[in-house]
Structures are given as C-alpha cells and as structure tokens.
Design a protein around this ligand. Structure first.
Ligand code: HEC
Ligand code: HEC
Ligand code: HEC
Ligand code: HEC
Ligand code: HEC
Length: 185
C-alpha cells in the first residue's frame, strides 16, 4: 500500500501543491495563483539540485552507516540536520583521500568552511508549514516514506512529492491529527 502511495506521488510530481488546492479551493484562497509561482517563490528549493560535492549516499549506506549517524537531529527534534565538514573529515582524513570529490571536501575543511549544500526538500514560506521529524521517528514512520530509498540515490533527489494531500492521507490512516494548526502556523 505504502509503496503504491509513494509511486503515485512520484508519478504526479509536476503537480506539486495541486492536491492541496483541489481539496481546499472553496474554503481558502491560496497565496499563489499558480503552482509555478509558489515554487519560484521558494528560492532555496531545487527538485534536482546541483550539489557542490557529489556526495554518494549509496557508498556510505552500503557500508552500513545509519541515517541518524549523519542526520542526528531527526530523532530528537524538528530538523534532521546535515553534518559539518569536521564530522566528514573524521573519516576522510583516512579514507579515499586521493578522490577528487574528497579533495574538495578537504579544501572546504582546511578553509574552515562548511559545504554549501543546496536544499532538496522544503516548502514555500507562504504555505506556513511547520514540520517536525521527531514525532514521526517516534511513531516508527520510516525515512523512506517521505524521502524514498536513499540506498539508490547518490546526492538526495526529491523522490517523494510531499504535498498536503500526501501528509493528510497518512495522518488519516494512522489516526494522527489532521487539525490545520498541527501543520500550519
Ligand atoms: C498533516 C499536515 C497538514 C495539515 C493537517 C494541513 N495541511 Fe495544509 N499544507 C500542508 C503542507 C505540507 C502544505 C504544502 C504543500 C506543498 O508545498 O505542496 C500545505 C499547503 C496548504 C495550502 C497552500 C498554501 C500555498 O500557498 O501554497 C493551504 C491553503 C492549506 N495547506 C490549508 C490547510 C487547511 C485549511 C487545513 C485544515 C483544514 C490544512 N491545510 C491542514 C500540510 C498540512
Ligand atoms: C513524514 C515525512 C518525513 C519523514 C518520515 C522523514 N522526513 Fe526528513 N524531511 C521531511 C520534510 C517535510 C523536510 C523539509 C522540512 C522543512 O523544510 O521544514 C525534511 C527534511 C529533511 C532533511 C533536510 C534537513 C532538515 O532537517 O530540514 C534531512 C537531512 C532529512 N529530512 C532526513 C531525514 C531522515 C534521516 C529521516 C528518517 C530518520 C527522515 N528525514 C524522515 C519529511 C520527512
Ligand atoms: C564513517 C566514515 C565516513 C564518514 C563519517 C563519511 N564518509 Fe565519505 N566515505 C567513507 C568511505 C569508507 C568511502 C568509500 C571509499 C572508497 O570507496 O574507497 C566514502 C566515500 C565518499 C565519497 C566518494 C569518493 C569517491 O569518489 O569514490 C565522497 C565524495 C564522500 N565520501 C564524502 C563524504 C562527506 C561529504 C561526508 C560527510 C557528510 C562523509 N563522506 C562522511 C567513509 C565515511
Ligand atoms: C555519511 C553521512 C550520511 C548518511 C549516512 C546519510 N546521509 Fe543523507 N545527507 C548527507 C549529506 C552530506 C547530504 C547533503 C547532500 C545531499 O543533498 O545529498 C544529505 C542529504 C540528505 C537529504 C536531503 C536534505 C535536503 O536538503 O532536503 C535527505 C532527505 C537525506 N539525506 C536522507 C537520508 C536518509 C534517509 C539516510 C539513511 C537511509 C541518509 N540520508 C544517510 C549525509 C548522509
Ligand atoms: C507515512 C505517514 C505520515 C506522513 C506521510 C506524514 N506524517 Fe505527520 N505524523 C505521522 C504520525 C504517525 C505522527 C505521530 C502522531 C502521534 O504521535 O500521535 C505524525 C505527527 C506529526 C506532527 C506532530 C503532531 C503532534 O501532535 O505533535 C506533525 C506536525 C506532522 N506529523 C506533520 C506532518 C507533515 C507536515 C507531513 C507532510 C509533509 C506529514 N506529517 C506526513 C505520520 C505521517
């Protein structure tokens, strides 16, 4: 079932935001006339971002690293977080030091900079969505329900379209709150 739901959202991905409007058009006036406008509004969001380093989720996950090893905030709070270069270099002082992408990492580290990763997931600020990872992790919702299978992604891609309809469908089936103020501020 869940897999079907995920596939369905992948297939309808160009209609980001459309589901929300179809359901609520006669109740609420969206702040944006078109989906494209809403998407443009959210400057940091890219469906296929160009990352400064070709970070391979594949390689790291094949070596049995856990998601929470790098995204430690997911279990405890709203933001999953991305590790800093110091964390990466705890391994890469030793591993794959000759690889071009790891050299780039080392260069950021030696300049005392973090890697300027582009955001993959997120919402238009005008949608006023509040999201929190921790209750989902506590309730046993898998990362893949919202982010797809990272063992098949190098850098993360937006493989699940997190529309309001998608959130609501699971909240209904799991008897989680569907009150507007649960997800909106
Ligand atoms: C389970 C979480 C959740 C609940 C409950 C929820 N929403 Fe949403 N809503 C979202 C998300 C997530 C988005 C953004 C979707 C996107 O970017 O495609 C959204 C988008 C919207 C938008 C479009 C805003 C824009 O500018 O694009 C409106 C309007 C809206 N919601 C109204 C409501 C109303 C009214 C209720 C209560 C009846 C409600 N929502 C309940 C998650 C939720
Ligand atoms: C119920 C859906 C859902 C689940 C389950 C989920 N995420 Fe997320 N994740 C999101 C949303 C939505 C965002 C964007 C949040 C925002 O911009 O406010 C996000 C953002 C992120 C980010 C970007 C940094 C951040 O925290 O904003 C990372 C990394 C991430 N998730 C990792 C994970 C990992 C690892 C897991 C499993 C432990 C996980 N997510 C489970 C929905 C989910
Ligand atoms: C627990 C140790 C560990 C951590 C932490 C770690 N890596 Fe890795 N990484 C590895 C190993 C092992 C490889 C595979 C090396 C190989 O295939 O020879 C690798 C491979 C890579 C590669 C691919 C190199 C290539 O071209 O083959 C990149 C890029 C990379 N890591 C970046 C990062 C970044 C960025 C971080 C921090 C977010 C990070 N790594 C954190 C152990 C780690
Ligand atoms: C070795 C560290 C490492 C591990 C392990 C790891 N990630 Fe990541 N993750 C990163 C880095 C670095 C980025 C930023 C580059 C990118 O977007 O791919 C990232 C990005 C992401 C994003 C996109 C965040 C955004 O910008 O919205 C998601 C979602 C995500 N990871 C989920 C996961 C999940 C789920 C797992 C476990 C199956 C996992 N990651 C395991 C390091 C890691
Ligand atoms: C695959 C199922 C699933 C999806 C998809 C999902 N959620 Fe949830 N959500 C849950 C469950 C289960 C809980 C925990 C309910 C509880 O603790 O009683 C929860 C809890 C929450 C909470 C905390 C509610 C509280 O009372 O503290 C927020 C906020 C939330 N979800 C927002 C979202 C948003 C926004 C989205 C879409 C981007 C989303 N959820 C998608 C299953 C899901």
């Amino acid at each position: 079932m869940l897999l079907l739901a995920v596939l369905a959202t992948v297939l309808v991905r160009p209609g980001r935001g459309a589901a929300a409007r179809d359901v609520f058009t006669d109740v609420f006036t969206p702040e944006h006339a078109t989906v494209a406008e809403a998407v443009r509004d959210f400057v940091g969001w890219r469906p296929f971002p160009t990352q400064p380093i070709q970070f391979p989720h594949t390689t790291h996950l094949a070596r049995k690293l856990q998601c929470e090893g790098c995204h430690a905030g997911a279990a405890t709070g709203p933001v999953a977080g991305i590790p800093d270069t110091k964390f990466c270099m705890s391994c890469h002082q030793l591993f794959a030091t000759d690889k071009p992408e790891v050299r780039k990492l080392a260069a950021y580290f030696s300049r005392g900079e973090d890697v300027p990763w582009q955001r993959v997931y997120g919402f238009s600020p005008s949608a006023h969505v509040k999201f929190n990872h921790a209750p989902h992790v506590r309730a046993g919702v898998q990362c893949s329900a919202c982010h797809g299978d990272l063992t098949r992604q190098t850098v993360a891609v937006r493989s699940v379209n997190l529309t309001m309809g998608y959130c609501l469908a699971c909240h209904r089936s799991r008897k989680a709150s569907i009150d507007c103020t649960t997800c909106h501020f």
